[in-house]
Design a protein. Structure first.
Length: 260
């Protein structure tokens, strides 16, 4: 798979900053993922790349905190997840080397994480290792290849202001076929996929735009690289395209799951 690695991207920002940037989309997506993975009472579940805890929170609602574990490489996100989900065992670490024994969980999930793994196949294989045989291992990624992620207006404007910028279209796992291929390469069986839509209404341009200015992820990096003048031009392009608001955006994620 000739996909661009994004392992250099870090998320050493506050959990609050990430929530303002992505939480309004990731929370409803996480709820749909938990439902699709058939998370049910009595199971043990693992959230890989938990961030501030959008999916962890959904797992806790279904299973109770004592039956949920979470892991993330960002110390600020680990702290935010622990605060949001008291009683959950939250470790700092990467997907490629999970701190759990074989067959520990009934289900393992990664919500909007695969394209940020240093080695996506190795990361998903680790998720499979710690999941009991027959348990679901699943992941979601926004449709980056199809420009249907929540950030698509930003990347379209970046392409106008800075045409040489690569955007996110070729990130690993950013298409349905690519995400499915990663799960199969990781050794999962009976892999299947689905599309999940999330619609969010932003009351004003300012409410939509302000979270992008906190340096979160590739979008925050791209804005910072433009410098003050480039950022002003970018905002002008976005205001022209989106208007003053309200702004209603529909994002599409692909989810894939397979049996360990």
């Amino acid at each position: 798979m000739a996909r661009r690695s994004v392992c250099a991207v870090t998320f050493e920002v506050s959990g609050e900053a990430y929530d303002r940037f992505m939480g309004r989309y990731s929370r409803p997506l996480a709820a749909r993922l938990a439902q699709w993975l058939e998370v049910a009472d009595g199971q043990r579940a693992l959230d890989v790349g938990c961030g501030p805890g959008a999916l962890t929170e959904q797992l806790v609602r279904r299973l109770g905190a004592e039956r949920v574990s979470a892991v993330d490489p960002s110390e600020t996100f680990v702290a935010a997840c622990r605060q949001r989900c008291p009683g959950v065992e939250v470790h700092r670490g990467g997907a490629e080397s999970l701190p759990y024994a074989d067959d520990t969980f009934d289900v393992a999930a990664a919500c909007l994480v695969v394209h940020f793994m240093t080695d996506p196949v190795a990361g998903v294989a680790e998720m499979a290792r710690v999941t009991r045989r027959g348990g679901w291992v699943g992941a979601t990624v926004w449709d980056l290849a199809g420009s249907r992620a929540p950030m698509w207006p930003l990347w379209a404007a970046v392409a106008e202001v800075e045409p040489e910028h690569g955007g996110e279209r070729d990130f690993a796992g950013g298409s349905e076929d690519d995400l499915v291929a990663i799960l199969r390469a990781a050794g999962l069986r009976h892999v299947e996929s689905t599309a999940i839509e999330v619609t969010v209404r932003h009351p004003s341009f300012e409410e939509w735009w302000e979270p992008y200015l906190h340096g979160v992820g590739p979008a925050g990096d791209a804005i910072a690289e433009l410098g003050p003048d480039g950022r002003r031009r970018l905002e002008e392009v976005l205001r022209r395209r989106l208007g003053d608001g309200p702004i209603e955006l529909t994002a599409v994620a692909y989810a894939a799951r397979g049996r360990a």
